[in-house]
Design a protein around this ligand. Sequence first.
Ligand code: FEO
Ligand code: CA
Ligand code: CA
Length: 628
Amino acid sequence: MNDKIITLNADRLQDPQRRKLLAGTGAVGLTGFLGGGLLSVPVNALAEGTPAGSALLGFKGITASTADEMVVAAGYRADVLISWGEPIIEGAAAFDPEGKNSAADQEKQFGDNNDGMSYFPIDENRGLLAINNEYVNEPYLFVHGGSKATSLEDVRKSQAAHGISVIEIQRGENNRWALVRPSRYNRRITANTEMRFTGPAAGDKALQTAADPSGLKVLGTFGNCANGKTPWGTYLTCEENYDTYFGTQQADYVVTPAQKRYTLNPSEPERNWADFDARFDVAKNPNEFNRHGWIVEIDPMDPTSTPIKRTALGRFKHENAAVTVAKNGQLVVYMGDDERGEYIYKFVSNEKVDNANPAANKTLLDEGTLYVAEFTGDAAGTPLKGIGRWLPLVHGQHGLTAENGFQSQADILINARGAADVVKATRMDRPEWIAVNPHDGRAYCTLTNNSKRGDEGMPVNPANPRPKNIYGQIIRWDEKGDATAQQFSWDIYVLCGNPIAHPEGIYRGTPNVTAENTFNSPDGLGFDHDGRLWILTDGKYSNKGDYQGQGNNQCLVGDPVSGEIRRFMVGPKSCELTGIAFTPDYKTMFVNVQHPGEEGDSHFPNNSPRPRSSVIMVTREDGGVIGA
Ligand code: FEO
Ligand code: CA
Ligand code: CA
């Protein structure tokens, strides 16, 4: 790897916070944890006696690793299923390890930086994986090794490496799977694929552009972070950091308050698509910006289907979509907005899921109520516990009126963040994935970290109790009644920390954090059928200072009842582990290695000259259920 790549990688990380979260924020001490008197007992007392030896976790926890390889618990193996650039569509060119593939080649190859994904079975030994390709590692994607596009061809190649890859896979020996090619299902959806809008904001003036005066048709999806899966067998892909793709060459362009609320920074965009593709120039096409930041529904079984942006679910930096069916049959979708101080939302459909007639579910995601969460402490001021309410974002209610800039429900959905501000939702520590425990319906959300918590304008609150929250926490809530309820109770499942660096105090973490399992920045999250909570991290991997003993990003498993957490797997150098899917027999688990070597230090997989994001399949040597 040359120095250029290392330098360029270092200044274009996907998550700008990575650079800013400096190590060395010493323990604030328990007094700093008292935030409004809400936490009056030492953290160490909270779960004293948390039992070790959970029967749910059937593997031996592993130590931290800094190696440039997948390390997995004894009795398991981790193999690569597919990597960035692998041909998936008929006629695709072979992957060129020196980055010489063209934009046209990339359109037929597996996309970059795979993130959320879902598995859709066809039969016992065949199925589809729909996989997000969130963003790209420019210095590895571009043949010139630079972090910026230098031509329209570069931009088109980048656009072609974004989006979604649908691949057919087939089971082979010992529950290991292989790509099927050719397959009529294999498909690439990119930043240029035609899609349509539905729901209350479809056709709205703010979604109309010169290229699409109807406001109903839109090109492409990008920033596809995590995902969801509907009971009727479709895939939900979530548009997250879409703002980083918009810029302008007009030096005196003035950002509107609504654009600012969505962190548009057109003079210094992270990616310079606007330099070559006017669609992304906000001075020339201001409304194009409003056409991204949605959840998109895709039918993976129909390769000719048009993806649909479902506006009823609101526009923000969507992390994932945790779909559950309430006891009465209404569909509920929990969603996080991943930015410091942003909110947790839920959508409740008006109609009920019709399992007997999947076609009847086609408009379920278009009509319903979008809510945003308020988390408060309980009356007794119990630490790390409290109650909450779901505040409806409905036009005409709670100040969501024309006087406050909301002329219609479409206005509320397009500027969901602004609407959530008006109803005074609770600002969270970067909501990432949400997962619902299939056994008790309790929802868990990773609040990955928040370096700005405690700064002016972002005080600690009961659910986000630590200033300079460098480690993150997992919060969970129990709806009062069923998933459609408007009130809930919550607690913190784990306050992440590091007992090695901080033997005491607020950065130690709750007692289910130990020197053996310590980790930071929980991000991906999923439950398996037995109720094991799978936790994937996207955090600091320096293994020094506040992060000593934590190693590379990793996968851990939690017992939701006892609270015990064990480290199951560790990824290669400077990657994040993200995305999780199981086959219906739970004998194969798919996990993504995203951006290995973003610091220029990896040759994953297989000593590759340019590191490649890859889908990993985890299997048990004895053929058993993963984690059991
Ligand atoms: Fe794409 Fe918030 O992670
Ligand atoms: Ca994430
Ligand atoms: Ca993250």
